[in-house]
Design a protein around this ligand. Structure first.
Ligand code: NAD
Ligand code: WQD
Length: 337
C-alpha cells in the first residue's frame, strides 16, 4: 500500500510519515521545501530505519506532479502541502489562494486522471472563524476571518463538489486545532523560518535564550485567567489521527469531516506554567495588546472522531511541553547546522 504525502517534509507531515512507515505503509513524499528542510526527511529515515521516495516538486508544477503519479502506484493521498501563516495570508492573499487552492485543484485533477480517489485533506479550526459556542462541533457555523482560513474552506467546498460529481471518491477533511509538541525522539519538530507566529515555537525560543520573553497578546479575554484559550494537541496524536482516517478512506467511499483536537482548552498562562513545571525552564512574559483577529476561546468537540474514526488524543499538556522542549534543546537551530 503506497501513500503519497504532499508537504511531507513539514511539521505535521514529517510526524505523519513516521507513523505511516512504522505502520508498514510505503510512502512517496512531495515537497518544495518552501517551509521545510531536506534534513527533516533524513531524520524520518533515521528514526524509522526505512527509506522512501522523495520528489522535490511544487504542486503548481503539473508536469512534475504528474511524474510522481506515473512513476508510482499510489493508493491514497494525504495532502498537507500548503501555506499556513494567518498574518502573511492577509498581506499576500493572491499567493495564498494560488498556492493552496490551485495547488489542490492540480493535485485532484491528476488524481482523477490516474483514478486515485482516496484523499485526506489538512483543514483547520480556522474555518470556524469566531465560534458562537465551545466546544466546536463539525456542524458549527463556518466563517473564516482571514484569507488563510478561506483557502481551507474553499478547498473543503471544492472537495465536497468533487464527491457530489463522482461518488467513487473517498475524502476525509481533518480540521486540526492547535498542534504542538514533537516526536519523542527529539529528532523532528516544528522549525519556523523566521520569528515564530505561534505560541509554542515562541516559548521554545524564549526557553533556549533566543528571545527575551513571551509577549502575551491580551489579558482581558472572557476566559478563566483573561488570556486566550486554545485546544493544543500533541502532533504525534494528530499524526495518528491520519492513520485512522486513512483506514476509513481506504475502506469506504464518501466524504466526511472531523475535528482533531483534545477537547480541552488551555490558556496562554496555563501553557507557560505547564512548560515551566515540566522543563524547569523559566519563561519570562509580559502582556501586550490583543493580536488583531484573535478570539477568546476555541476548543473542539471530538465526539465524532472518537466514535467514527476510533481515535482519541492520548497525550496531555505536559507531554506536549516536554517534547517541544526536548526537540528545541537538542536542536537549538532547528534543522540548520
Ligand atoms: P508546514 O509549513 O510545516 O508544512 C507544509 C509543507 O508543505 C512544507 O514543507 C512546505 O514546504 C510544503 N509546501 C507548501 N506549499 C507547497 C507547494 N505548493 N508544493 C509543494 N510543497 C509545498 O505546515 P504544517 O504545520 O505541517 O501544516 C500542514 C498542513 O496542515 C497545512 O496545510 C496547514 O495549513 C494545515 N494546518 C496546520 C496547522 C498548524 O497549526 N500547524 C493547523 C491547522 C491546519
Ligand atoms: C495561540 C494563543 C494567541 C503567540 C493559529 C491559526 C490556526 C492554526 C493554529 C493553522 C492565542 C496567543 C500567541 C504569542 C500570544 N493554524 N499568543 N503570544 O492563533 O490559535 O491559531 O495556529 O491552521 O488556524 O490561526 O495559534 O499559537 O498563534 O496562538 O499570546 O507570541 O497564544 O493570542 O491566544 P492560533 P497561536
Amino acid at each position: 500500500m503506497s501513500i503519497l504525502v504532499t508537504g511531507g517534509a513539514g511539521y505535521i507531515g514529517s510526524h505523519t510519515c513516521i507513523e505511516l512507515l512504522n505502520a508498514g505503509y510505503e510512502i512517496v513524499v512531495v515537497d518544495n521545501f518552501f517551509n521545510s528542510k531536506p534534513e527533516a526527511l533524513k531524520r524520518i529515515t533515521e528514526i524509522t530505519k526505512k527509506s522512501f521516495s522523495f520528489y522535490q516538486a511544487d504542486l503548481l508544477d503539473k508536469t512534475a506532479l504528474e511524474k510522481v503519479f506515473s512513476e508510482n502506484n499510489i493508493d491514497a493521498v494525504i495532502h498537507f502541502a500548503g501555506l499556513k501563516a494567518v498574518n502573511e495570508s492577509i498581506k499576500i492573499p493572491l499567493h495564498y489562494y494560488h498556492n493552496n487552492v490551485t495547488g489542490t485543484l492540480i493535485l485532484c485533477e491528476i488524481m482523477k486522471k490516474y483514478n486515485i480517489k482516496k484523499l485526506i485533506f489538512s483543514s483547520s479550526a480556522n474555518v470556524y472563524g469566531r465560534p458562537k459556542y465551545v466546544p466546536v462541533t463539525e456542524d458549527s457555523s463556518l466563517g473564516p476571518i482571514n484569507p488563510y482560513g478561506r483557502t481551507k474552506l474553499i478547498i473543503e467546498e471544492i472537495l465536497n463538489d468533487l464527491y457530489i460529481s463522482d461518488h467513487n471518491w473517498s475524502i476525509s477533511l481533518l480540521r486540526y486545532f492547535n498542534p504542538i509538541g514533537a516526536h519523542e525522539s527529539g529528532k523532528i519538530g516544528e522549525d519556523p523560518n523566521d520569528i515564530p507566529n505561534n505560541l509554542m515555537p515562541y516559548i521554545n525560543q524564549v526557553a533556549i535564550g533566543k528571545r527575551e520573553k513571551v509577549n502575551i497578546f491580551g489579558k482581558d479575554y472572557n476566559t478563566h485567567d483573561g488570556t486566550g484559550v486554545r485546544d493544543y494537541i500533541h502532533v504525534v496524536d494528530l499524526a495518528k489521527g491520519h492513520l485512522k482516517a486513512l483506514e476509513m478512506v481506504l475502506g469506504t467511499t464518501g466524504i466526511d469531516v472531523f475535528n482533531l483536537g483534545t477537547g480541552v482548552g488551555y490558556s496562554v498562562l496555563d501553557l507557560i506554567k505547564s512548560y515551566e513545571n515540566i522543563t524547569s525552564q523559566k519563561i519570562p512574559y509580559g502582556f501586550t495588546q490583543r493580536r488583531a483577529g484573535d478570539i477568546d476561546k476555541c476548543y473542539a468537540d471530538t465526539t465524532k472522531a472518537n466514535e467514527k474514526l476510533g481515535w482519541k488524543a492520548a497525550k496531555n499538556l505536559e507531554d506536549m511541553c516536554y517534547d517541544s522542549w526536548k526537540w528545541q534543546k537538542n536542536n537549538p537551530n532547528g534543522y540548520r547546522e
